[in-house]
Design a protein around this ligand. Sequence first.
Ligand code: URA
Length: 239
Amino acid sequence: MRLDKLLGNMGYGSRKELRTLVKKGLVTVDGVVPKSSDINVDPEKQVILFNGDRVTYKPYVYLMMNKPQGVISATEDSRGQRCAVDLVGEEFSMYDLSPAGRLDIDTEGFLLLTNDGAFIHDVISPKKHVVKEYYACLEGVATEEDVKAFADGLILADGTECMEAELVIVGTDTDTNTSEVVVKICEGKFHQVKRMTLSRGLKVTYLKRMAIGGLRLGTDLEAGEYRELTLEEKESILR
Ligand code: URA
């Protein structure tokens, strides 16, 4: 890979800027200042230093974020609202991160951010059957009939057909007319969980995504925090 392309991809500067910086001797490859910025390098085998710091190149990064309420998961700021990618620190600024499946502004929990488009496709494609698990508080008392309706495949108010899904009743309270449930779906239609429960007369009052595929939201992450996934964790998502 060309040195200027590698450093450019990682946000160290434009091709023109890098030409100057390399000329100034700010970059070394295996301890040697290269003659020009367009030499070919192997970032996995060679030691590249920028201003004395090791440049470790990874083509893709995978972040698990515990998205807080009040933050949108879209990458482009809409009407001045804060985006999840704005919470990600400088060290990932060179990566063009997108969410693998959106969460509503008032939904909390597991937001997967990555620059790996093929992986995003696999995670969100209903055909790949990657289960997304949500914990929800509901207004209304969920029943075994609701469980069966979810399992059979719901039809939403506008006629949209949903794939078979799982509704697990965690608890109900007839005095307060509320329920706690877990919903497991393989799709990601607009407001899907809210619309699914509403089609059964149950209104979501709180929603949190707990897991994507085989990977659960880390209990180490407070709302707004994120961390990079290990290779094993990343692979467990599609397993
Ligand atoms: N379903 C919803 O209704 N909202 C979300 O944010 C995610 C799933």
